[in-house]
Design a protein. Structure first.
Length: 274
């Protein structure tokens, strides 16, 4: 059984994210997915399409040595897709054309040309760019798009580079990457619960939740306030990671029951969220 939660960091890369033109949904999705496998996301960062900025963050992350380091975005054929160039600099693994990755790209463009989605299947320099991976990397098939994902071992850290298009990112994580993640994370269990408290004052809940938190330190407990006003109800979120799903569920349910009893004594109605 897993003795601890594996730690992950996530870097979402793209000028469009920092301009506010595109909402970064990839990070939220990965956080939920990894938590569901028993992992723990320790850090998440938004970065521009700038080699120096990405390199600096990668070097910092590798120094912190998370078990898993994800990047999303910057794997495409255009000049501003620079993630792998930064990975090469940060790891000292120069970019090289990877035969298996090149065949993945070629197969995708043959299929796109046959369907009439592109004019031809020629492996132009921009298309070949997507097959240039850091030395020692393993390409991950992209079931939806053209750019392969990348898996690169760096000491205690496994670096996973994924496309920024959400459909492509999810397809790789839930497809070709899934056996690897299950092997690394699948032995742990994750459970969560949401309660709705008939209380609009988070400061009133705080000491009651703090007492439960002291009694159940392995359970994450957080109240979520959105506004003040009559009729406002607060959500209380609980989650836990344990050696298996049953143990995690038991921890969350025990803490949830303690919260309901504590709030009831204080005259606050609380019910499980639908």
């Amino acid at each position: 059984m897993a003795s601890r939660s594996l730690v992950a960091e996530i870097f979402a890369i793209g000028n469009e994210l920092l301009l506010g033109e595109v909402l970064d949904t990839n990070t939220a999705w990965l956080c939920r997915y990894l938590s569901g496998l028993g992992g723990r996301v320790r850090r998440a960062v938004l970065l521009p399409d700038d080699v120096e900025a990405i390199r600096a963050e990668l070097e910092g992350a590798l120094g912190r040595a998370p078990d898993l380091l994800f990047t999303t975005g910057g794997l495409g054929p255009t000049e501003d897709d620079r993630t792998l160039a930064a990975v090469a600099q940060a790891t000292g693994c120069p970019l090289e054309e990877h035969p298996q990755a090149l065949e993945m790209v070629a197969e995708r463009y043959r299929a796109l040309a046959a369907a009439g989605f592109v004019a031809d299947a020629e492996l132009t320099p921009p298309r070949r760019k997507m097959a240039r991976l850091p030395r020692g990397a393993i390409p991950l098939p992209n079931p939806v798009g053209a750019a392969p994902g990348v898996l690169l071992e760096q000491g205690p850290t496994t670096l996973v580079c994924l496309p920024g298009v959400p459909e492509e990112m999810k397809a790789i994580v839930q497809g070709p990457l899934a056996p690897f993640l299950q092997a690394r994370l699948g032995r742990a269990g994750f459970a969560e619960m949401r309660l709705i408290a008939d209380c609009g004052d988070e400061s009133r809940l705080a000491p009651l939740l703090e007492e439960i938190q002291r009694r159940a330190p392995q359970v994450y407990i957080k109240s979520r306030a959105r506004a003040f006003g009559p009729g406002v109800r607060l959500q209380i979120y609980l989650s836990a990671t344990a050696a298996n799903a049953q143990e995690a569920r038991a921890m969350v349910e025990t803490a949830g029951q303690a919260i309901m009893e504590s709030l009831a004594r204080a005259g606050i109605a609380v019910t499980p969220a639908p």
